[in-house]
Every structure is written in structure tokens, then in C-alpha cells.
Ligand binder design. Structure first.
Ligand code: HEM
Length: 457
């Protein structure tokens, strides 16, 4: 007779502290906004609907026009939205509305939980202390140090190098697979590569790291949505950990091997300022270098891809640029106005206030639709028309305004101009070859495929 054995008791796995912290981080940073957006979408918030609906994201411009038609500020259940030029510009310049989520926006117990759960190595550059999310004296201090690397002379020095990079990529396009007339993908084979190679120069890293950067970019980009699912959040955090660890090691490398690159200057400036207590901590350096790395290529790729597409669709404008190349600068601004990669940015009211007659409660999130403001007919005549001769094209808000105005604006314009002018000069018979594919991100708009024949032979 066999002795009966008691079935082993299945013991529930006790979650490790690290798992609990992860769940807390996801719940507060992503779960709560996701619920807010869902409720908002159900109650008809136009912006919340946009966030939830991929079909609307394909062509959001009629929705932006609808929001503009409703007034300066459109109150919603979860967020307020602004899409008219005047009020968006005012919001970006106003001290009453701040960048980043204010600490007080979270109830005290959640704030404490988040502080407990923080993982410094997975710190996203979309949060404090990345300068884009800071305010007042803190913002000034961070921006001052980073600006040391972005002097007009430093940017000018990058022009020649950017031309070399563009020409090298175009040689590869020219020589390789497309001699037989098969279409090239202008994003995959060109727009994707140029900014990442330029940012490698800016950061003083070997160009061979470009694939790693591109991989990080694709994974981290998902953070731009409101309320990402848990698995995606896991992946984003893993990637942030990899990137932040690499950055910290790279600062040490630059300290030992200072070079003529922008990040070297930024690290040196911070170390020098440390003598007076105004330098950056390693965490601040890490968050801001991460911001530069990411902002440095994800946005510009989209400017080049969308700009190429515009010129393919408007051969008359491409011809005008060939005949009068001095128009390139304005053309890039017109592309930014019409197809700005950053569709919106966010501000929060500091106190209960009024914006153009609309009461705004304290700590309310306001979506500033930059791309909506850039098509406001009150400022830009016939706003959906692509016109490289438009006199006020440069007034667009695609690079922001006020104290947070894009630190890399000159670099972005330079890269856009060099990339597109070299492309269209090298291949005067460049022609669209099939439908382009739009990327899936509502916040950062751009194409992931733009097929074109080079018109060789
Ligand atoms: C077409 C390309 C680009 C676009 C459309 C763009 C757009 C923007 C916008 C709209 C803002 C303001 C955000 C706000 O006010 O909340 C901003 C800020 C910023 N951008 Fe760019 N950007 C581009 C390229 C770059 C490049 C190439 C870099 C650096 C290499 C860069 C670095 C930054 C930084 C550091 C800030 C934060 C500035 C601050 O908070 O003071 N950007 N960008």
C-alpha cells in the first residue's frame, strides 16, 4: 500500500520589493493618466479622443480646426486644450503655467509612494530634472550649463560635418542598390541616419553606436503616449536603464578625454560651475544629456522625412528651391509650420486662474496644440497650403516659444536644410514611388517610410 501524499501546497509567489516598486511607478505615471484619458474620451473630450483613436491621429488637422472653432481654451473633463495661435503662444510664455507635472498634482500618499518607488537608473528624461520639465531658477541653471555646448560657433562648426555626413549617405544611396531604378526609402536609408550621425558628433561618441541609439529611440519613443500598457512600460524602463548607465560611463570618458564636442563642453562647464555650487549633479547631467540625445534625433528625422514628402508632392516648389537656393531657410520653416514633428506640449496651471475669460482651476493640465496653432487662419493665410515663400513662415510655434524655446533649434534647422538641399540637388529627378507610411505616434508626427525613385540614368 502506498502512503497517500498530500498534494504540495501551491504557495503564492510573494512579489519582490522591486516588482512592487515597478507596479507603483507604472500605476502612478501611466495607469492614472490612462484612466483619465479614457474617462475624458467617453465624456467627449476632443483631445482625449485623439489620444485614443489611431484613425484620428492619421489626419488630426480637422480635429484641431474643430478645437480652434470652439474657442481659445476648450475645457474638458481630464484636460483643457488650446489650439489657437494667440493663446498657445501666451501659454508658452506665461509664468502662470508651468512645465512638468507639479508635485502637488498628486495626492500626498501617492507622492510618497512614488518617491519610495523611484529607480534612479530608470529615470526618464521626460521628467524632472530634465530641463524641459523644470521651471524658474532650476530651469535657468540647467539650461545655462547645456547652452555652453550650443553656441552659434559650435553649431556653425557642425555645418561642414553635417554636409559631409549627408554627402556620404547620398553616395551610398547613389552607388548601391538603386541604380536599377528600384525605389529607395528616404526615411530608412537617409532621414533616419543623418540626425543620429550628427548627434554622435554632438555627444562625442563613435558613429558605430548609431544602431544602438536608433534602437533606444524606437523603444523610448513609446513614452510619448499618455498611459502606456504595463509591458511597454517595462521595456521603456529597461531601455532607460541601459541608456542612463551608458551616459554615466560616457561622462567619465569625456572627463578623461575632453573633446571639441558639445557634450564635452557641457560636462566641463558643469564641473567648473560645481566650484560655485551651480553645477549639475550626475542625475541632472544624465537626464539632460538623455534629453539632448533623444530630442537630437527623433524629431529631426521627422522634419527631414515630412519635408522630403512635401517637396515630392510640390515639384514647382522644389524647382523654385533649385533656382533660388537662398529660399531654403524659409522653406524649412514652412515645413516646420505645416508638419511640425512635435504636435503638442503640455503646461499646468500653478494657481486657479483665468485664461482669455475661461476659468482654469489650480493644477489643471492644458494641452498646447502647437500644430493647431501653426494652422490658425487668423495668423497664416490659407494655412493648409505649402508655400515656401510665405512671409511669416518663421512665426510658427513648432519649436516652442518663451523660456523653453527649443535649445537645439539652430541645429534642427541646419540639419533640415543640409539634408534636404543636398538630397534634392543630388537627385533632381527624385520622384515619389507609392504611398508613404505614417508612424504611430500622436505626439511626435512623422513618416516611417517615404518611397521614392532617384531618377538615375
Ligand atoms: C525638428 C526638430 C525639433 C523640433 C520640432 C523640436 C521641438 C521642440 C519644442 C516644441 C520644444 C519646447 C517644448 C516645450 O516648451 O514644452 C523643444 C525644447 C527642447 N529641444 Fe527641441 N526640437 C527639435 C530638435 C531639437 C534638437 C536637434 C535638439 C538638441 C540636440 C533639441 C533639444 C531641445 C531641448 C534641450 C529642449 C528643452 C529646452 C528647455 O526646456 O529649455 N531639440 N524642442
Amino acid at each position: 500500500m502506498t502512503t497517500p501524499t498530500r498534494p504540495a501546497r501551491v504557495r503564492a509567489r510573494v512579489p519582490r520589493q522591486a516588482d512592487v516598486k515597478l507596479a507603483v511607478r507604472w500605476g502612478i505615471r501611466q495607469g492614472l493618466p490612462a484612466v483619465g484619458m479614457k474617462l475624458g474620451a467617453r465624456s467627449g473630450d476632443l483631445f482625449a479622443r485623439l489620444n485614443a483613436d489611431p484613425a484620428l491621429q492619421k489626419d488630426p488637422f480637422p480635429l484641431y480646426a474643430q478645437i480652434r472653432a470652439q474657442g481659445d481654451v476648450v475645457p474638458g473633463r481630464y484636460v483643457y486644450t488650446a489650439a489657437r495661435y494667440g493663446v498657445v503662444s501666451e501659454l508658452l510664455k506665461s509664468d502662470a503655467f508651468r512645465s512638468g507635472v507639479p508635485d502637488e498634482a498628486l495626492p500626498a500618499p501617492l507622492r510618497r509612494a512614488l518617491a519610495w518607488a523611484i529607480d534612479p537608473r530608470a529615470q526618464p528624461f521626460t521628467e524632472r530634472p530634465a530641463m524641459i520639465m523644470t521651471n524658474g531658477a532650476e530651469h535657468l541653471r540647467l539650461r545655462k550649463v547645456a547652452s555652453r555646448g550650443f553656441t552659434p560657433k559650435a553649431i556653425d562648426n557642425l555645418r561642414l560635418r553635417t554636409i559631409e555626413i549627408a554627402d556620404h549617405l547620398l553616395d551610398e544611396l547613389d552607388e548601391a542598390k538603386h541604380r536599377d531604378g528600384s525605389p529607395a526609402d528616404l526615411v530608412e536609408e537617409y532621414a533616419n541616419l543623418l540626425p543620429v550621425l550628427v548627434i554622435a558628433e554632438v555627444l562625442g561618441v563613435p558613429a558605430k553606436l548609431q544602431e544602438t541609439f536608433l534602437g533606444w529611440g524606437d523603444r523610448i519613443l513609446q513614452i510619448a503616449a499618455f498611459g502606456v500598457p504595463f509591458r511597454t512600460f517595462l521595456d521603456i524602463e529597461d531601455c532607460l536603464r541601459e541608456m542612463n548607465t551608458w551616459l554615466l560611463g560616457h561622462f567619465d570618458y569625456l572627463r578623461a578625454n575632453p573633446g571639441e564636442n558639445l557634450l564635452s563642453r557641457m560636462v566641463a562647464a558643469s564641473d567648473a560651475e560645481n566650484a560655485t555650487g551651480n553645477g549639475l549633479t550626475e542625475t541632472e547631467l544624465m537626464a539632460n544629456a538623455g534629453l539632448l540625445l533623444f530630442a537630437g534625433f527623433e524629431t529631426t528625422v521627422n522634419l527631414i522625412g515630412s519635408g522630403a514628402l512635401r517637396l515630392l508632392a510640390h515639384p514647382d516648389q522644389a524647382k523654385l528651391l533649385r533656382d533660388e537656393p537662398e529660399r531654403w531657410r524659409n522653406a524649412i520653416d514652412e515645413m516646420l509650420r505645416l508638419d511640425g514633428p512635435a504636435q503638442f506640449t503640455v503646461r499646468h496651471s500653478q494657481v486657479a486662474t483665468e485664461l482669455r475669460g475661461v476659468p482654469v482651476p489650480k493644477l489643471r493640465m492644458i494641452i498646447c496644440l502647437l500644430a493647431g496653432a501653426n494652422r490658425d487662419p487668423a495668423v497664416f493665410a490659407d494655412p493648409d497650403r505649402f508655400d515656401i515663400t510665405r512671409a511669416n513662415a518663421r512665426d510658427h510655434l513648432a519649436l516652442g516659444a518663451g523660456v523653453h524655446f527649443c535649445l537645439g533649434a539652430s541645429l534642427a534647422r541646419l540639419e533640415g536644410e543640409v539634408a534636404l538641399s543636398r538630397l534634392f540637388e543630388r537627385f533632381p529627378n527624385l520622384a515619389a514611388a507609392g504611398a508613404p507610411t505614417l508612424g504611430p505616434n500622436a505626439a511626435l508626427r512623422g513618416y516611417i517610410q517615404v518611397p521614392a525613385t532617384l531618377g538615375l540614368g
